[in-house]
Design a protein around this ligand. Structure first.
Ligand code: PHE
Length: 454
């Protein structure tokens, strides 16, 4: 059961594993979502909560996913089927595949916006525009239909193109190039941002906590953001885990990836907030933060065009290394469960995600007034995945590993059958048995208002 299947692909090197996994984790969640969600929910206090969740819950869930995937050598549904035959645990896998559809749909819509904004940066489209005009430019763009749809399909196409090339030649090869590029771009932008005059206010917004802003729903949003940003709770890392060789150290991989993801989110905040405050803009601007605030800043600063081009390349690259990981969840599922060829599976997945994706794209235009529970389709998918499906998925995943898969299997998997010391296993077991599931359940029930223990 634990041997690699001869015809199954795997990542070729340790750097490849890190690039692919960090590529999945680091994305729009860090650069687009984290800054505006933190801005809306109290800044530094939110970030402290977020860090706590990453360490106490995020890393253990990530490690649990790797454990399941590497042991089972299957897609997320097949992994639960294989490790727990004839038991309903496979439902977690199905929920993961469903979440992948939902995330890819709204995420690719936003990824498409980054291409429009890259294009606008290149043709100098922000030049001479007032903040109001830039605001209108964004509303006008997302309020249209053909341009957002075209960019959506371009981005889906790029994602599908990489996935068709396979695990090694597609996912690993592309992320090994794109992730170092991302890091360089981000560093240049941070240096630019923190050297702007007046940047200090933004830094103190990020560093000075105001705990009065924290409510039960803020706590759930912080947990949801941690899950979303780390790509956990839906089987992305079960799927990637199934491509990790038996000689890799899962514990150190999970730890490095979680730390890199958190660092990039905080760095993105450091790149954005000083600039926001330097230009006296409201921090809680919402989804438009990076698409309105930043162009405004870029067009006012010396050399803005080049920084603008760099920023939207960064955003697009970050998004692409994440969309491929979500599409891979669905494609691996189709290949192994429907016995399809990789190419056909990618076409089918791309086609079916696109149907939901079109509805998300149109949520800011023709379908803007179509609301379910007060949300557009776009925001319904964004919020139910991050704040409901991923935390619940993560809770069941740790419960599965702790209580069903069992200690000996965990020890074998994390120590590579005794070759590594993995001294952290007792702590890890304690966390996934008690701390993580109880904390998730508590934050979740409290956040949706079912219990109130405040
Ligand atoms: N982690 C990615 C980001 O931060 C988004 C993502 C979520 C990717 C879930 C895969 C699975 O942008």
């Amino acid at each position: 059961m634990s041997g690699l299947q001869p015809n199954r692909e795997s990542f070729g090197s340790r750097f490849g594993v890190i690039a692919a996994t960090a590529g999945s984790a680091i994305g729009l969640g860090n650069i687009w979502r984290f800054p505006y969600v933190a801005g809306e929910n109290g800044g530094a206090a939110f970030i402290i909560l977020y860090l706590g969740f990453v360490i106490a819950i995020g890393i253990p869930v990530m490690l649990s996913e790797f454990t399941i995937g590497r042991r089972a050598q299957q897609n997320v549904y097949g992994s639960f089927r294989k490790l727990a035959p004839k038991q309903p645990w496979y439902l977690i896998g199905l929920m993961g595949v469903a979440a992948a559809f939902m995330i890819l749909a709204f995420y690719t819509a936003v990824a498409g916006w980054t291409l429009e904004y890259l294009y606008q940066s290149i043709v100098n489209g922000f030049a001479g525009k007032s903040p109001d005009e830039l605001n209108m430019m964004f509303d006008y763009f997302v309020g249209g239909t053909s341009r957002p749809l075209i960019w959506f399909f371009v981005f889906m196409g790029l994602t599908a193109f990489i996935i068709m090339a396979g695990v090694k030649n597609g996912i690993e090869k592309s992320t090994k190039i794109l992730m170092p590029l991302l890091l360089i771009l981000l560093l240049v932008l941070i240096v630019r941002s923190v050297t702007l005059p007046g940047a200090g206010k933004g830094i103190s917004f990020l560093l000075r906590p105001d705990f009065s802003k924290i409510t039960a729903s803020t706590v759930l949003v912080a947990l949801g953001q941690a899950f979303f940003s780390l790509s956990i709770g839906m089987g992305t890392l079960v799927t990637y885990g199934s491509y990790i060789k038996k000689s890799e150290n899962l514990g150190s991989t999970a730890f490095s990836v979680a730390m890199a993801d958190t660092l990039i989110a905080v760095l993105a905040g450091l790149a954005i907030f000083p600039a926001v405050f330097a230009f006296n803009i409201e921090p809680g601007y919402g989804e438009g933060l990076v698409f309105v605030t930043l162009p405004n800043i870029f067009q006012q600063m010396p050399g803005g065009t080049i920084f603008s081009v760099m920023f939207f390349i960064l955003l697009g690259v970050a998004a692409l290394t994440s969309t491929i990981s979500v599409l891979e969840v669905i494609v691996a599922f189709f290949v192994e469960e429907l016995k399809m060829k990789r190419k056909a599976a990618t076409w089918l997945a791309t086609f079916s995600v696109s149907i939901l994706g079109i509805l998300c794209v149109l949520s800011t235009s023709s379908l803007a007034d179509f609301k379910i529970l007060g949300h557009t389709i776009f925001s319904l998918l964004e919020n139910t995945t991050a704040n409901v499906l991923l935390p619940l998925g993560g809770m069941f995943i740790v419960i599965f590993v702790a209580w069903f898969f069992g200690r000996q299997n965990v020890v074998d998997e994390l120590s590579n059958d005794g070759k590594l010391k993995a001294r952290y296993v007792p702590l890890f077991m304690f966390i996934i048995k008690f701390v993580a599931p109880l904390a998730i359940a508590f934050v979740f029930l409290q956040g949706i208002g079912l219990i109130n223990l405040k």
